[in-house]
Design a binder for this molecule. Structure first.
Ligand SMILES: Nc1nc2c(c(=O)[nH]1)N[C@H]1C(S)=C(S)[C@@H](COP(=O)(O)OP(=O)(O)OC[C@H]3O[C@@H](n4cnc5c(=O)[nH]c(N)nc54)[C@H](O)[C@@H]3O)O[C@H]1N2
Ligand SMILES: Nc1nc2c(c(=O)[nH]1)N[C@H]1C(S)=C(S)[C@@H](COP(=O)(O)OP(=O)(O)OC[C@H]3O[C@@H](n4cnc5c(=O)[nH]c(N)nc54)[C@H](O)[C@@H]3O)O[C@H]1N2
Ligand SMILES: [Mo]
Length: 743
């Protein structure tokens, strides 16, 4: 038993506390001068694109255009602490692996390449040429089919374009990326129904909407700048409805930290309604809303006749669903559903936003397609103030996809690579993250190269994934800091440090694409980490080019050496291969400092097989739990960036000093004979097999009955490798069946 590490949930987000927290961390890590330099450049037109989230910046920038968490991400990256090969001389890999994730990242920035040789338990310093030559030798021996190239979503367009080109030039489409764990379900759901894999709204639409649904998303923590957009909407009377098992504080009341009213006032109420759906009750909820619209015969016939197909079947299916089942499975009372349906019908322009609460379930694609159905009923796609808005996580995850980071590229994209570079790219589909882990385990893939990220800690089934990684012949990580993956190496392994977003890259800039398809520049300006007796830390594009020169044959014709010098030349290559990027260099330098990518659905044109937006039908998922079981979602705290943990606090949920917590409804605690503050093991159950995550403390929390929440990545051992979303193959890390076993 222990004191419950909770001090009550705050009632308002951001405000001056947020400013204090941010400035504190920036000062500690970066020092005041460097910190101020970094913060003033963050999200400015000529400055650093925040490495936090992909929410767009407004056209008119504030003097301080960042949030508390953006400041933390910057401070973490721009720390003055560095790691050299000394650390690896002193400590074996096994020894380092005993340290916590936070300790590993806390050592600071890596500044020289290190190699773990076969049979050794130490990393040792190597020269850059030796590092590349070594990788080249092993990969040529293994061949392209046995190699996978992972990408995390912080990578710039320029680096990502070169990375996929290198993989394909080498001969493989094995390009798993963090998107496979994230918004893959959104891409698959939208491309099948609307003919575009991205959202259909722009920031200006938020100024025109009169109803905004925020579904399965915690913007106060994960997209804090979105709150400023929502605040402006709320202040002009737009209704904002949060659909979420938790009443996340950021959506309750927001104090804009950069406005006087946010410092002195009580803050602006954001959501006017909280629909406390039970975990994975969203399909049932959206089906119920559509049914309510159909029962009132309130669909919009003009739009449906002119622009959609599948309506008749959808209508019949929806009307045939039982209210009783929909209410039970959604966990939302019928009166609340009917009231929301009325609100929807009264709205002229509706936007639906969502994030991981919808994408990480077995029926994730259905979740999103039911939301599409609901909006299509009243024509809320392809007109001002309305549309679908998957809110992307990593700051350039959408851009990486646009650059061709995918195991299943469109044939037209490969044709353009062929024509531009005069080689035949591989046509066979490659492996995504889950399939890469399976292939590593079975020895079909023998080498994993990662451009950023933390493959092991981000992936499901930590034990199986660790075993898969250590069985590899070679693992290579391009990274800024040590992490779990780095200390879980293959037989041979290289850690290759690179520059981060905020580092000055000899004055050069790169480009990124935000969540709404706007491409713009990012220019680092802080003195990069390094030591005068060591070679300078390379940028990601430089590193890819050097690797290409070592890996590809001596007769290689592509201008890798030139690309390493001249990013404009990379952008010219992008312009030649990716639609919408014509005149990229000129348009990034024009007064608008960027450009919007074409998106047919945004304009009401649907590039599907029949040129129409598609209504789809799905069975209502039913939840079958044994008496002692709960449904667990694995979520982020306010003080982490994915696998990087900044502290043990989760301020907005009132939890302090402990991450190994399970949030449970009091009624469930009583029913299960458990008490607040008790320590338990979480037992995962999947297809008759059990997995265990040890030692978590129970916190009574305002969460629907039979639901529970705990933090990622501590709980990833509970996510079975085969528990994935249909079609998108994304781990269903928000729908885990668990039991709580007292310790
Ligand atoms: N500070 C910070 N910012 C980040 C990140 C970070 O780790 N830290 N990560 C970035 C990345 S890569 C991403 S993808 C985004 C993630 O951003 P979010 O998707 O907001 O992150 P999660 O913590 O996974 O939160 C999921 C939300 O969905 C709700 N939810 C869970 N299950 C369900 C469900 O079945 N139905 C509904 N309706 N809701 C549900 C949870 O209660 C929670 O509020 O944030 C990005 N920004
Ligand atoms: N159970 C569970 N699992 C999840 C999720 C969940 O909600 N629940 N969310 C999933 C989601 S949405 C995502 S996106 C993935 C995230 O998966 P990843 O993107 O793989 O993980 P990150 O934690 O973002 O990666 C952090 C590491 O990136 C490196 N890094 C940081 N900046 C740079 C840089 O500029 N360049 C390079 N080369 N390296 C850099 C650092 O070494 C750092 O340790 O996790 C997924 N896993
Ligand atoms: Mo993500």
């Amino acid at each position: 038993m222990t004191d419950v590490p909770s001090t009550g949930v705050p009632t308002v987000s951001a405000g001056v506390t947020a400013v204090g927290v941010a400035v504190g961390m920036v000062g500690r890590e970066m020092g005041l001068v460097r910190g101020a330099q970094g913060l003033l450049a963050l999200n400015q037109v000529h400055g650093i694109d925040c490495p936090g989230c992909a929410w767009p910046e407004p056209a008119e920038r504030a003097r301080f255009e960042f949030c508390e968490n953006g400041a933390k991400h910057l401070a973490h990256e721009a720390t003055r602490d560095v790691v050299t090969a000394d650390l690896f001389r002193q400590r074996s890999i096994r020894d380092l692996a005993r340290e916590s994730d936070r300790w590993l990242e806390g050592q600071g920035r890596l500044i020289e390449p290190v190699l773990r040789r076969r049979g050794s338990d130490h990393f040792e310093a190597v020269s850059w040429p030796e590092a590349f030559a070594h990788i080249g030798r092993v990969l040529r021996e293994l061949g392209p089919a046995a190699t996978a190239f992972y990408t995390s979503g912080r990578t710039s367009n320029e680096a990502a374009f070169l990375w996929q080109l290198l993989a394909r030039r080498f001969g493989t489409n094995n390009l798993p990326d963090c998107s496979n764990l994230c918004h893959e379900s959104s891409g698959k759901a939208l491309s099948a129904t609307l003919g575009v894999s991205k959202g259909t709204v722009q920031l200006s639409d938020f100024e025109k909407a009169d109803l905004i649904l925020v579904v399965g998303q915690n913007p106060g923590t994960n997209h804090p700048r979105m709150l400023a957009t929502l605040e402006a909407a709320a202040r002009r009377g737009c209704h904002i409805v949060s659909i979420n098992p938790l009443a996340e504080v950021g959506l309750v009341r927001f104090k804009h930290p950069q406005h006087v009213r946010g410092i002195l006032g009580r803050g602006t109420p954001i959501a006017s309604d909280f629909v406390r759906v039970r975990i994975n009750g969203d399909v049932a909820l959206f089906q119920a809303l559509s049914k309510a619209v159909l029962e009132r015969e309130a669909w919009q016939p003009d739009f449906i006749d002119a622009s959609t197909s599948g309506f008749a079947a959808f209508r019949e299916h929806s009307l045939g669903l039982s209210w009783e089942v929909l209410v039970a499975e959604s966990g939302v009372p019928r009166t609340q559903i009917e009231a929301l349906a009325e609100r929807y019908l009264q709205s002229r322009a509706v936007i639906a936003c969502w994030a991981m609460g919808l994408t990480q379930h077995e029926n994730a694609v259905a979740n999103i397609q039911e939301l599409v159905n609901l909006l299509l009923l009243r024509g809320h796609v392809g007109r001002p103030g309305a549309g679908l808005c998957p809110v992307r996580g990593h700051s350039n995850v959408q851009g990486d996809r646009t650059m061709g980071i995918t195991p299943t590229p469109r044939p037209a994209f490969l044709d353009r690579l062929r024509d531009a570079f005069d080689f035949e790219p591989p046509r066979a589909p490659g492996l995504d993250v889950v399939d890469t882990i399976r292939a590593l385990r079975e020895g079909r893939v023998r080498a994993l190269l990662s451009m950023g990220g933390n493959f092991l800690a981000a992936s499901p089934d930590t034990t199986a994934t660790a075993a898969a990684l250590t069985s590899a012949r070679l693992t290579v990580q391009v990274l800024t800091k040590l992490n779990r993956t780095a200390v879980t190496p293959g037989e041979e392994a290289l850690l290759l440090p690179c520059l981060g977003r905020s580092d000055d890259d000899r004055g050069r800039f790169v480009s990124v694409e935000n969540s709404m398809g706007f491409v713009h520049t990012s220019r680092g300006s802080l003195t990069p980490p390094g030591r005068t007796d060591l070679a300078p830390v390379p940028s990601e594009p430089e590193l890819v080019c050097a690797l290409a020169s070592a890996l590809l044959s001596a007769e290689e014709r592509l201008p890798w050496r030139h690309w390493a010098q001249d990013y404009d030349a990379i952008r010219d290559a992008i312009a030649a291969c990716v639609p919408g990027f014509q005149d990229m260099n000129a348009r990034l330098r024009a007064p608008e400092h960027g450009f919007l990518l074409p998106n047919a659905a945004r304009e009401g044109r649907f590039e599907t097989a029949d040129g129409r937006a598609l209504f789809t039908t799905h069975p209502t998922p039913t939840l079958a739990l044994a008496d002692d079981e709960l449904l667990l979602m694995t979520i982020r705290t306010h003080d982490q960036y994915n696998t990087t943990v900044y502290s043990d606090d989760d301020r907005y949920r009132g939890i302090h000093g402990e991450r190994r917590v399970v949030l449970v409804n009091v009624a469930d605690l009583e029913r299960l004979g458990l008490t607040a503050g008790q320590w338990v093991d979480i037992v995962g159950r999947f297809r008759g097999e059990e997995s265990v995550a040890e030692r978590f403390v129970l916190i009574p929390y305002d969460i629907p009955e039979r639901c529970a929440a705990a933090y990622f990545p501590e709980t990833n051992a509970l996510v079975p490798l085969d528990h994935v979303a249909r079609v998108s193959n994304t781990p269903a890390s928000k729908s885990l069946i668990v039991a709580l076993r007292p310790r």
